[in-house]
Design a protein around this ligand. Structure first.
Ligand SMILES: Cc1cc2nc3c(=O)[nH]c(=O)nc-3n(C[C@H](O)[C@H](O)[C@H](O)COP(=O)(O)OP(=O)(O)OC[C@H]3O[C@@H](n4cnc5c(N)ncnc54)[C@H](O)[C@@H]3O)c2cc1C
Length: 406
């Protein structure tokens, strides 16, 4: 994309200066005989090409050129790709979830499923896991600078692979890495991107990807398509899809390459890795979650839930209301703006079950809801419902469990 002021049309009215949300336009002096004396000028270091100024200019004096990728031959793009996210040399679970879902998309499109794995030379040991979850091909991109995730070298290397091999769909985890990489890549290669999808499907007629995600604060589910750009890119949070390995031994094709990384791709240096406190909570991986909502009445009552969770070998979750109230840290929050979880057992204690909470936990195998209000929406998704005071039920449950243990 490019932008410029058409000086012959600029009247010096300054509307664009006021209309630019990024303060990227200023008025500059013209030559002595020019009329008007000052005209608009765009600072391209600050301009984001958002187009707001084009809309404010009444004289058609700003030209924003978009190079439409619609002109690309879309039929040249084939196959479903998954970004194989690794940390400390281990492939992250979200990769297997995306491969498991990617298998269905690839089957509907009658195409291949591939994974893209970046790392240093030692990462090759991880490749076989990707085959086990259905990857027909693995693009292995190795370089010393790819050992740990960095935005620029990863973007450079994967953009090169996409440009060369032309995948039709590219899925990434909506994790810190995936979100960062997806946005940068989408701009670099001129692709459409839908973040935080909760379901993916192939339109049976048009054969394009339908990307569904909550919108307007979770009040509607929007299905987004990217008909004119390739690849169609989506991020999906961990635990939205279930991982299912193939039931037979699998192998695939390994395509290796080492990217050329320039000096400008390596401007960020990794000094230290500090363990994220939320990893200790490990909510996303927990098989049992005891989760508290505003109905528990007080921050100190989380101790009750912690005791029960510890007895069950599980973790403590929370609704946003309790996090906002400062009762518990945000690392515990389940829901649209918290974590998506899919445990075997989810015990919702004093949680009303607003849609923003449900989208984060409704795929749990068994949901037990304890709520005083028999009409609370949580009961609509609950496997078992207990209409009672949670502050009475939890101690009873804990006592019973202790007795059984003895
Ligand atoms: C953009 C956006 C994003 C959001 N993201 C999230 C998110 O990620 N996660 C999330 O949780 N929320 C999220 N929310 C907030 C969400 O809409 C709800 O406000 C929140 O989930 C309510 O939390 P709660 O169920 O604990 O509280 P409440 O809605 O106040 O419900 C408390 C429940 O406890 C019951 N109760 C009261 N006393 C007792 C008792 N003694 N025993 C048993 N039951 C009792 C009540 O009947 C009630 O059903 C989001 C909202 C928006 C707009």
């Amino acid at each position: 994309m490019s932008i410029k002021i058409l000086l012959d049309k600029c009247t010096g009215c300054t509307l664009c200066v006021k209309g630019c949300p990024f303060a990227a336009i200023s008025m500059i002096e013209m030559e002595a005989e020019a009329k008007p004396k000052k005209k608009a000028s765009i600072n391209l270091d600050v301009c984001t090409l958002c187009g707001a100024c084009v809309a404010t200019c009444k004289f058609g004096a700003i030209e924003l050129k978009k190079e439409l990728t619609a002109a690309k031959d879309l039929s040249a793009y084939k196959n479903v790709w998954v970004f194989a996210e690794q940390r400390e040399g281990k492939i992250q679970s979200v990769t297997y979830e995306l491969l498991s879902e990617g298998r269905k998309l690839a089957a509907d499109l009658k195409c291949e499923l591939a994974a893209v794995l970046c790392g240093d030379q030692n990462i090759e040991d991880e490749v076989e896991h990707l085959y086990r979850f259905g990857a027909n091909k693995v693009y292995l991109i190795t370089h010393q600078e790819l050992k740990h995730y960095h935005t620029e070298p990863y973007t450079r290397a994967i953009a090169e692979a996409i440009t060369k091999h032309k995948p039709e769909i590219f899925l990434l985890g909506a994790t810190t890495q995936g979100r960062d990489l997806a946005a940068r890549l989408a701009i670099r290669i001129g692709a459409g991107l839908t973040a935080d999808c909760t379901s993916l499907a192939i339109d049976p007629e048009k054969k394009i990807l339908q990307q569904t995600r909550p919108a307007f604060g979770g009040n509607i589910m929007a299905t987004i398509v990217s008909p004119n750009h390739r690849p169609q890119m989506s991020t999906v949070r961990p635990k939205v899809f279930k991982k299912s390995p193939l039931d037979k031994p699998a192998a695939g094709e390994l395509i290796k390459f080492s990217p050329v990384l320039n000096k400008e791709d390596l401007v960020v240096k990794l000094l230290d890795i500090v363990q994220d406190e939320s990893v200790k909570v490990n909510l996303a991986e927990a098989e049992i979650i005891v989760s508290g909502g505003r109905g528990i009445g007080d921050s100190k009552n989380f101790a009750m839930l912690e005791e029960l969770a510890a007895l069950l070998g599980g973790a403590v979750g929370a609704s946003r209301a309790t996090v906002d109230a400062g009762w518990i840290s945000a690392h515990h929050q389940v829901g649209q703006t918290g974590k998506t979880v899919s445990p075997k057992l989810y015990i919702a204690c004093g949680i009303s079950g607003k849609i923003q909470h449900l989208v984060g936990m409704q795929s749990a195998d068994t949901i037990v809801a304890i709520n005083k209000d028999p009409d609370a929406p949580i009961f609509k998704v609950a496997t078992y419902g207990i209409v009672a005071d949670v502050l009475e039920i939890i101690p009873l449950l804990t006592r019973k469990l202790k007795e059984l243990r003895q």
